[in-house]
Every structure is written in structure tokens, then in C-alpha cells.
Design a binder for this molecule. Structure first.
Ligand code: DQA
Length: 140
């Protein structure tokens, strides 16, 4: 089982950026916990602040990986290009957010990509990623 985790813009600053919202742990630190939780799953990780690079990664893995866990950051809310990328591949994509976007500013309530995703998980902190991997493992 191979799952690609993709983090979008500003998520390289996890642990530093707005810690009251996003927590005090960097993603690399959490990734080790995730890998220990799922020892039989190959969990690959990619982060970019550049929209086109996120699209390239979706294309690269989107036909032979078993799943993609995507936190597209702010691109979530307006990127039709990411929506089209997700629609264009066959690998199921789960949209994740660390924060509960529905409790926050109104512009975060809309997602441009949810309609192409298998499901959406938000609001559980970094544990949102574990829930997404778990959902992919139990997918029928
Ligand atoms: C986020 C929520 C987005 O609205 C925001 O732009 C992010 C992070 C989250 O994980 O909670 O960068 O995707």
C-alpha cells in the first residue's frame, strides 16, 4: 500500500506559523509518528508552496498510488487547477485540514476541490492526517 501525503502553501511553517491554530509540531516530526502508526504502509511526503508543483505531484502519483492525502492549504478555497488535477487522476484523494475551516472566516468555508475528493476530514489537528490514512485503508 502506497499513500502520498501532499501539503500545500505555508504548511512548511507548521509548528512556527499561528501555533494557536496549527499546533506546535512541525510536519516532519509528526510524519514519524504516522509512519510508526502504519508500519505496513509506504507513506511518502511532499510539500510545496507552488500550485503547479502540487499539480505535478498529483499527476506523478495519481495513477499508481493507492491514495493521496491532500492538504492544499489556501489553494483549497479557490484553485480550479487543483480541482481539475484531482479529477484527472484515478487515485482517490482525501482532502484534509488541520483546523476546522467551518469555524473560521467565511472564505474558508468553501472548498473548490471537495467535489472531486473521496471525502473531507478537518478540525482534528495533525490527527486529521491519521484519520485520512485510516479512511483510505478501510475504503471498500
Ligand atoms: C488549512 C486551512 C486553510 O484555510 C489554510 O489556508 C491553511 C491550512 C488547515 O490545514 O487547516 O493553510 O488547510
Amino acid at each position: 500500500m502506497r499513500i502520498q501525503i501532499i501539503n500545500g502553501p505555508n504548511l512548511n511553517l507548521l509548528g512556527v506559523r499561528e501555533p494557536e491554530i496549527y499546533g506546535r509540531h512541525g510536519f516532519e516530526e509528526y510524519l514519524q509518528v504516522l509512519r510508526d502508526t502504519f508500519p505496513d504502509v509506504q507513506l511518502d511526503y511532499y510539500q510545496s508552496n507552488v500550485e503547479g508543483e502540487l499539480i505535478n505531484k498529483i499527476h506523478e502519483v495519481g495513477f499508481d498510488y493507492d491514495g493521496i492525502v491532500l492538504n492544499a492549504g489556501a489553494y483549497t478555497h479557490y484553485s480550479i487547477a487543483l480541482l481539475d488535477a484531482i479529477k484527472g487522476v484515478s487515485t482517490p484523494v482525501i482532502e484534509v485540514h488541520i483546523s476546522n475551516v467551518h469555524k473560521r472566516e467565511e472564505f474558508r468555508h468553501h472548498s473548490a476541490i471537495s467535489s472531486a475528493c473521496l471525502g473531507v476530514i478537518c478540525g482534528f489537528g495533525l490527527d486529521s492526517y491519521r484519520l485520512a490514512v485510516d479512511a483510505l485503508l478501510h475504503k471498500k
